[in-house]
Design a protein around this ligand. Structure first.
Ligand code: PEP
Ligand code: MN
Length: 252
């Protein structure tokens, strides 16, 4: 049976139509099937860019209409579910900060139907808590796929050389865990926090057992994204990273 590496790429946040359409078209050329981009952003500071909200979902919808690429975007609040339905989001991302927002998980499970849920590990959550969060989605009736995403945890490394510590061991462990049915995605971008580490961490995640990668990208090296700028790699470099990850996936 042939299987494909799941590949999700795109900007941290949707900033404008031109940015997203350009990236979507280039990703399609690279045969990437999933475009990521936050319309609602969970920012640490209230003064930081919060995302374009509904306007951002409209832009993602347009990118999908023009290219056929599938859309992955974060849902912060279950009151936004009707907007996600209106703009036909394909994959509902539950961010790190909401992995244990049980009301959000229950509501998603009840309403997301066949949609895939991308559940990102909270940066202080254990394996037991990850499986607990997955159990909510299952118990409350989610029938679509579940993609668990390792994106780095907080450790005593504390930002000295990375942003979070990528826990490759949980990827190896969960790839052998049979209690629930899910796929594993590695997000090297939020773990690294620096574009020069992203490629190696992506490869490490795939080598450890990930079924897919999620990477933050930008159009040109000179672009300076409004959110998570230091970890965004340009699409030329991403192409090389993608090929290396596919090679590792295929020999695993
Ligand atoms: C993101 O994917 O843009 C994001 C906010 O990630 P996390 O929830 O892992 O911080
Ligand atoms: Mn980000």
């Amino acid at each position: 049976m042939t299987r494909d590496l799941i590949v999700i790429a795109g900007p941290c946040a949707v900033e404008n139509e031109e940015q997203v359409l350009k990236i979507a078209k280039k990703l399609k050329k690279l045969k990437v099937n999933y475009l990521r981009g936050g319309a609602f952003k969970p920012r640490t500071n209230s003064s930081d860019f919060q995302g374009l909200g509904e306007e951002g979902l409209k832009i993602l919808f347009k990118a999908k209409k023009e290219t056929g690429i599938k859309i992955v975007t974060e849902i912060l609040d279950y009151n936004h579910l009707s907007l996600f339905e209106k703009y036909n989001v394909d994959v509902y991302q539950v961010g790190s900060r909401n992995m244990q927002n049980f009301e959000l998980l229950k509501n998603l499970a009840e309403r997301a139907g066949e949609k895939t849920i991308l559940l990102k590990r909270g940066f202080a959550n254990t394996k037991k808590e990850v499986l607990g969060a997955i159990s909510y989605l299952k118990k409350y009736g989610h029938s679509g796929d579940i993609w668990f995403c390792e994106r780095g945890i907080r450790t005593f490394a504390n930002g000295e050389y990375d942003r979070f510590t990528l826990d490759v061991a949980i990827i190896a462990d969960l790839s052998k865990e049979k209690r629930f049915d899910y796929k594993i995605i590695v997000d090297p971008s939020h773990a690294a926090g620096r574009k020069d580490l992203v490629e190696n961490l992506a490869m490490a995640g795939v080598a450890a057992g990930a079924d897919g990668i999620m990477v933050e990208v930008k159009n040109e090296e000179k672009d300076c994204p409004l959110c998570d700028a230091s970890q965004a790699m340009n699409l030329e470099i991403f192409k090389k990273t993608l090929n290396k990850c596919k090679n590792i996936f295929n020999i695993r």
